[in-house]
Design a protein. Structure first.
Ligand code: AMP
Length: 280
């Protein structure tokens, strides 16, 4: 597995593979990899003979006072996992490579970046859209793989790809969970054993809603209240939002009439966690 830090070498790797007639997949990550990230590489390898993963803790998607400085970093461990998964290359650039001195261009995808995560982290999706555009400019892959875990991010990235006429197809892969239901996240490492237990209320709330929908409940207000009750009744957990949106969008629904995503975010101690499930 090649480890590349320079943009020109990374772009060459993709172009050479494509010149040989191979489809190329890219898996963008911020490192501290877990089985959820590895599942994206595995999905990419099932469809693309050549896969490049990126490991880059993107400073612009962290707000002031967020966890950029203490975000977990483990490049050696990440490289071992990506090599074992079968990636052909990893692009792990320095900050200056993606943000050269004087870089001021940013990408604002508009309304899909405003609610939910965007309301709580106002500059987050500008950072995400900008770095994904840069990564796909450097790595003009055929397909880019993202996790359903970050649902609103998948909506933002799909809009980015469509609106900027990017040649890369966006693929979204299912959320990988711990055996007890907690969605895997690099930020789970911040949780104390007690918080780790309380954090289960997010997936429990989503499962409660899933069950109610399967029993015939379609009223979004009732479903939302039932889910929120699960989160609110867990001490030490502060819900931030729980909403039902039309799949593929961030538009709230009043009635579950088709594929609907239940998105939830909560603060567990000092750690923010998000999760979602598709119902209907
Ligand atoms: P991150 O390193 O957190 O920026 O995540 C990199 C990619 O992995 C994003 O597309 C995430 O949505 C995806 N991802 C993170 N956690 C999971 C998970 N538990 N299951 C599936 N994909 C995930």
């Amino acid at each position: 597995m090649l480890v590349l830090t320079e943009a020109a070498a990374a772009r060459d790797w993709v172009r050479r593979a494509q010149a040989e007639g191979e489809r190329v997949g890219v898996v963008p990550t911020m490192g501290a990899l877990h089985a959820g990230h590895v599942s994206l590489a595995t999905a990419a390898l099932a469809e693309c003979p050549r896969v490049v993963a990126t490991v880059f803790v993107n400073p612009t998607q962290f707000g002031p006072g967020e966890d950029f400085a203490r975000y977990p970093r483990d490049l050696a461990g990440d490289l071992a996992k990506l090599e074992a998964a079968g990636c052909g290359a990893v692009f792990a650039p320095a900050v200056e490579t993606l943000y050269p001195t004087g870089a001021e261009t940013t990408i604002d995808v508009g309304s899909v970046a405003l609610p939910f995560e965007g309301a709580i982290r106002p500059t987050h999706f500008r950072g995400v859209a900008t770095v994904v555009a840069k990564l796909l400019a450097i790595l003009p892959a055929d397909r880019a793989y993202f996790g359903q875990k970050d649902y609103q991010q998948t909506v933002v990235v799909r809009h980015l790809a469509r609106d900027l006429c990017l040649p890369t197809e966006v693929v979204v892969c299912p959320t990988v969970r711990e055996p007890d239901g907690l969605a895997m996240s690099s930020r789970n490492a911040y949780l104390s054993p007690d918080e780790r237990e309380r954090a289960l209320c997010l997936s429990r709330a989503l499962r409660t809603i899933e069950r109610l929908v399967s029993e015939g409940q379609r009223d979004a207000a009732k479903l939302r209240a039932a889910g929120l009750a699960v989160v609110e009744s867990t001490p030490g957990v502060e819900p931030q939002y729980l909403e039902l949106v039309r799949e593929g969008s961030v538009d709230r629904v009043e009635h579950v009439g088709g594929p609907t995503v239940v998105v939830v975010a909560a603060r567990v101690g000092a750690t923010r966690l998000i999760d979602n499930v598709v119902v209907g």
